[in-house]
Ligand binder design. Sequence first.
Ligand SMILES: Nc1ncnc2c1ncn2[C@@H]1O[C@H](COP(=O)(O)OP(=O)(O)OP(=O)(O)O)[C@@H](O)[C@H]1O
Ligand SMILES: [Mg+2]
Length: 148
Amino acid sequence: MLHGRVLESRVPPDLPPIFVDANQLSQVLMNLLLNAAQATAQGGHIEVSASRVSDSVEIQVADTGCGIPPEILPHVFEPFFTTKRGKGTGLGLSISQTYIRSHDGEVRIDSTPDKGTTVTITLPSRPADPPLAVAVDEPASHQEVIIQ
Ligand SMILES: Nc1ncnc2c1ncn2[C@@H]1O[C@H](COP(=O)(O)OP(=O)(O)OP(=O)(O)O)[C@@H](O)[C@H]1O
Ligand SMILES: [Mg+2]
C-alpha cells in the first residue's frame, strides 16, 4: 500500500506514557496510514510523528497527497461517508473518532487541496505512578503503551 511513497517516522524517545487499548490505537493508525497512502501519489511523503503537548501526547499522520476540499471536510467523520466509490466503507474515520474519544482524546484534520492532509490525535498522558486502586480497576483489555 505504501509502495513508491516515502514513509518517515519521527517519535522522540522521552514521550510520557499514554493509557490506551493497543489494538484499537493500532487500528486507528492503520486506517490513517491507508487513507494517507490512497491520497498520495507515487513519490509523495507520509510522516508519522508524536510529541508531548502539555499534559497530552499528539500523534500526527501527515501526507503530501490530494488534500480534502473544504466542502467535503465537515463530512469526513460521518459514518459511511466516502469519496472512494465502491472501494471504501466510509467507516474508518468515524470508528477512529469513536475509539479516540472513548479514551478522552480527540481527532482533528487540517487539509489543503493539492498540498496534503494532517490528522492529529490528541490523547491525555497518564501520570507515571497512578494510584494502585486505579490500576486495579482498569478493564483487562487496556494496556499501557509507551510509543517510541
Ligand atoms: N489523508 C486523506 N487525504 C485525502 N482525503 C482523505 C484523507 N483521509 C480521509 N479522506 C477523505 O475522507 C473520507 C472518509 O475517510 P474514511 O477513512 O472514514 O473512509 P474511507 O477511507 O473512504 O473508507 P474506509 O476507511 O472504510 O476504507 C475519504 O473517503 C476521503 O474522501
Ligand atoms: Mg479510510
